[in-house]
Design a protein around this ligand. Structure first.
Ligand code: ADP
Length: 485
């Protein structure tokens, strides 16, 4: 299929290695398909270990120069990159719609979100302060400086093809690091377009490189290198565990943004319209394919029936269709495997006694489309209670007391995002503190932005992205003790 872009320089199919667009060393290519139609979009370079080696050598050289640039110089480059991303918003959104499938308005929102990290970290580049510590011995002076970690690698997923890259590359470059990005096999085109804009913005050769290719093969090559001092990964918990094990021999620093199983708790005293509206925002964004999407709706006895009815009515009005249609709000799932998992979860729930209030089946819009679904009377015995569905399905569980809700919410190995709805001021503090999650939304289903720390606890990972803490992931502290006698 032809992809129509105003700026054709953004349609890149080769890897960006050492400042040049190159095919893979062995010439291999991998197809990228449009999930809405199955059409072939492009054949993209499929990099392997030789390409990784070349990129690592270039990154080492580039980082040695970049680390000596001032914060203000790094700020200027990142700001230019931000501006170019915003100038090319429509084309970048087109690439996301084409290779990832989300509705156009969401894709444009993702580009704004992606750009916000570049601007935020451009500012942080100028504020990488250290400390002066009052000494214990009058003959000494103690200080702490913060220095870049060095060469970093990022392995990113398909659900946010742009934002997951800028959220890692932004702070890395701001801190004085080099970054090698391995984008998802399903969505390399957005990553390559962002890299083209980075080149145009004046990011030096070798400082930001993009290696499309197989996760397992490139993951091994990147993890094995002792020149790569840090790995930042966003994806499944299962792959996070593999990468952590593979990083052990070289003791890399790690940021891991992994799976979630977000509870969305509605107490009897919630404002029901607000809860319904937020439930739709927290569940159906990107057809339910985000790691902070609400996965389990825990609804208190007294409001359960009213919430179920209002929610299902609103969900049944969500329009399913290709992301390129401005009317669509639910696009395709990313793959047949993803759709099969959604189907399996719904089937299992129904077999164990759940009732389908709306949806519950594939949609005629295409092979990978699934109707937004609400299930009532789901129980902890069902698969959907424990596994991340990653699709447009909302299971409604019932609870009676606050203590029961908290116990149910925390009964998972995950700890990324949680949401709760109440107008009781004291309960806000009790519940927010008791939830074992890295991020909590109170009376809101939308919590992500560039100024707040994004990240999870338990088996949802480690490290924080965005916010003033995001820079810490890419900086080492060095303590200096001087004898002044
Ligand atoms: P998702 O379920 O979101 O596709 P994955 O964790 O499978 O999540 O994929 C996220 C990223 O991890 C992709 O870029 C993929 O290529 C990469 N990946 C998958 N398996 C491995 C692996 N064994 N080692 C390194 N990277 C991997």
């Amino acid at each position: 299929m032809t992809v129509y872009l105003a700026n054709t320089s953004l349609f890149r199919k080769d890897a960006l290695i050492d400042g040049a667009w190159r095919p893979a060393a062995d010439g291999a290519r991998r197809p990228v398909h449009n999930p809405a139609t199955g059409a072939l979009v492009a054949e993209v370079a499929e990099c392997g270990p030789d390409d990784a080696e070349r990129a690592i050598a270039a990154a080492v050289k580039a980082q040695a120069q970049w680390r000596n640039r001032t914060g203000a110089q790094r700020h200027d480059v990142l700001t230019r990159w931000h501006d170019l991303v915003m100038d090319n918003l429509d084309d970048l959104a087109t690439l996301i719609v084409t290779e990832q499938g989300k509705p156009r308005a969401e894709a444009a929102g993702e580009i704004r979100y992606a750009a916000s990290f570049l601007l935020w970290f451009a500012g942080e580049a100028m504020r990488a302060y250290g400390d002066v510590i009052p000494p214990t011995n009058p003959a000494t002076r103690l200080s702490v400086i913060r220095q870049p970690v060095g060469v970093c690698a990022a392995i990113t997923p398909w659900n946010f093809p742009a934002a997951m890259i800028t959220r890692k590359a932004g702070p890395a470059l701001a801190a004085g690091c080099a970054m090698i990005v391995k984008p998802s096999e399903q969505t390399p085109l957005t990553a390559l377009a962002l890299a083209e804009l980075a080149v145009q913005a004046g990011v030096p050769s070798g400082l930001l490189q993009v290696l499309p290719g197989d996760g397992i093969r490139l993951g091994k090559a990147l993890c094995a290198s002792s020149d790569i001092r840090k790995l930042s990964f966003t994806g499944s918990t299962q792959v996070g565990r593999i990468l952590m094990a593979q990083s052990a021999p070289t003791l890399k620093r790690l940021s891991l943004e992994l799976g979630g199983n977000a509870p969305f708790i509605v107490f009897d005293d919630a404002h029901i319209d607000q809860a319904v509206k937020s439930a739709i925002a927290a569940k159906y964004r990107n057809a339910g394919q985000t790691c902070v999407c609400a996965n389990r709706f825990l609804v208190q006895d007294g409001i359960y029936d009213a919430f179920a009815t209002r929610f299902a009515t609103a969900v049944s009005e969500l329009r399913v269709g290709p992301g390129s249609d401005p009317e669509s709000v639910i696009g395709p799932l990313i793959s047949a495997q993803a759709r099969d998992k959604v189907e399996a979860h719904v089937r299992d729930a129904v077999e164990h006694g759940a009732t389908v209030l709306c949806g519950g089946a594939r949609d005629s819009a295409g092979d990978l489309f699934y109707r937004p679904t609400v299930l009532r009377d789901t129980t902890p015995a069902m698969r959907i209670a424990h596994e991340e569905t990653f699709g447009p399905v909302a299971p409604l569980f019932r609870f009676r007391t606050e203590a029961e809700a908290i116990a149910m919410a925390n009964d998972t190995e995950y700890g990324l995002a949680a949401y709760f709805f109440t107008r009781d001021h004291a309960r806000v503090h009790r519940v927010a503190e008791a939830l074992e999650y890295g991020m909590v939304g109170h009376n809101t289903g939308l919590i992500s932005n560039e100024v707040a720390p994004f990240g999870g606890i338990k088996q949802s990972g480690m490290g924080r992205e965005g916010s003033r803490y995001g820079m810490d992931e890419y900086m080492e502290m060095k303590y200096i003790c001087t004898d002044i006698t």
